[in-house]
Structures are given as structure tokens and as C-alpha cells.
Design a binder for this molecule. Sequence first.
Ligand code: FAD
Length: 317
Amino acid sequence: MTAVLAIADHRRGDLRDVSYELVNAGRELADETGGDLHLAVISGTVDDFADKLNREGVDAIHTVDHGEEFNHDVYTQAITQLYDELAPQYVLTPNSVNGLDYAPAVANELDLPIVTDTIDLETDGETLTATREMYGGKVETTTELEGAAVVTIRGAEWPAAEGTGDATIEAFDVDIDEDAVGSTVNGFEEVGGGDVDIGEADLLVSIGRGIEEEENLEMIRELADALDATLSSSRPIVDNGWLPKNRQVGQSGKVVTPDVYIAIGISGAVQHVAGMKGSDTIVAINTDPNAPIMDIADYAIVDDLFDVVPELIDEFQ
Ligand code: FAD
């Protein structure tokens, strides 16, 4: 029995990290439901994606070789047809730009309830209890759904699946109604800030309001260069127009999961922490030992960034 059908996420030829997290979230749900975990890989280089996603815990992968990039109508049609064939209890998708585009349409087509942006899931096979955050992480709520449902999961809340799996990989014979495909993706245009995707960076040097002046950013860029790191920031830096929006970490910015996150002159407001708490190691540089960032930092330097950063640059250069 198929317990979970999870839909992989990719863009511009690469699988998104959340696809691997989806495997773990899906495996947990499938175990609790007492059934199998199936993945669907739709569009793009599906065979390559399927090989990469064949990790421990996946029972079957269905490929739908149709077009290169995400397309709302293709995804919606393919997933509803897969659902009809497999009858899973749960359709699991990332809470990504793509996921949030097709998941409601799939729920509507299948007449299923939907719960979005979940950070924890539990089921007894019949009742699904989904945990979500509200008010920028200040409050957690639980939603209970009976029977089958469409569920989107937030990135960086489940660990990425590892290990090599032994899933069966099969092309799914989908019947796309081309007349119903009303949109196509013709290309991508990065807005402000070029090609940098802080969500994919392993090492982030992140700057906050403690930097005081725009010209002081140069020092932080030097540190990032010395460490071969990517530069990111809290929201005030972006609001001031000192860095483009695609560098903002947090609730209204990006969720990041680097190996190391160095927070410099950042207080650790809930809206910021919502975007970086999944980092493996957090280093905080802050004059205030009571700043909230200290509660989640693995290492803290309680000192003036204008003294510490030049020393770090010297050390790492
Ligand atoms: P501050 O809170 O002002 O902290 C500056 C820190 O620098 C302080 O801890 C201070 O001790 C330290 N400092 C000062 N001088 C020095 C020095 N010389 N050396 C060392 N340390 C020093 N924020 C985000 O970041 N991302 C979001 O996505 C986001 N979304 C939001 C969404 C909503 C709906 C709302 C209401 C707010 C959102 N915010 C977001 C804003 C958030 O609430 C905080 O205001 C913001 O994160 C604070 O940024 P900061 O830590 O850089 O600044």
C-alpha cells in the first residue's frame, strides 16, 4: 500500500535540498501509516534526479518526463493521475514557490484537505496532526486532519535523507492534456543580486544592524572572501538597501541550512532565527551577552565586531 506520495522539487537543472528532506519526512509518515513511500520526479532530467533521490527509505520512484522546468498544469495533472493510480494516504510536497503553486490545485482537483508550511507531522494512519508556526515562530499550532490530505513541509525542518536506497524506478505513463496547459516557463531572470542562492551555501557570513554604516560592509565582504563564504544579512540591512533582497535570511527572507552560520551584529529576533535555526553550527559575534542569538549559538564571541572582524580577516587571509 502506498502511504505517501512525495513530489521532488528542482529548478534550473538541480534538485533542491528540500527534496532530500522530503524523503525523511515522507518515510516517517509512511512508517506511522504502515505503508510505502513513493516519490514522483516530474520534468527536467528525471532519470538523473531519480538516481540521486534513491536514498534509504524510498520504496519506489515514478518519473514523468515532460518538459524541463516546473509547469503548474503538468504537475497538477501528473500528480492527480499518480494519486488515482497509487491511492496514497498523503501527498507530500515542499512548501516552496513551486509546491505552493500546485499543491492547492492538486488538493482542489482531488477534493482533499490541505495543510501548508508544516514543521512536524504525526499520524496514527487515520488522523494527521500537523504542527505549524504562527506569528513569526512565537506560537506553534496543531491542525488535525482526518483521512487523506495534501501536506506541504517547510525546508530545513527534517534532516536530508542519506544512504543508498533500493527503490524501483519506473517511468509513469502520464496523459497530459496539452490543451489545458496554459503556461510555460521561458527562462529565469535574477532580480537584484545576481545568481547567488544563500539557501544553497555551506558557509554564510551574515551581517546585522550592528554594522552601523553601509561603508562598514566592506570589512564583512573581506571576511566572507577570506573564508570563501557567502554574504547574507538580517532584514534591516536589506531594508536600508545595502544588500539585495535575495541575501535576507529569515521569515520574510530565505531559509538557510549552512554547515556554519556566522551571525555578526545580529540580535536573533524570532523572525531572523526562523530562517537560520537549521544551521549545523552557529557562531555569534555580539557585544550583548544577553542577545537572543546567544540562546542558539554554538560558539559566541562577546565583543565589538569592529575589533573581532579585522582580527578574523588577518587570521583567515
Ligand atoms: P538588531 O535587532 O538591532 O540587533 C543588532 C545587534 O547588533 C544587537 O544584538 C547588538 O547588541 C549588536 N551590536 C551592535 N553593535 C555591535 C558591535 N559593535 N559589535 C557587535 N555587536 C553589535 N528580520 C530578519 O532578519 N529577517 C526576516 O526575514 C524578518 N522578517 C520579518 C517579518 C516580520 C513580519 C516582522 C515584523 C519582522 C521581521 N524581521 C525580520 C525583523 C526582525 O523582527 C528584527 O527587527 C531584525 O531581525 C533585527 O535585525 P538585527 O538583528 O540586524 O538588528
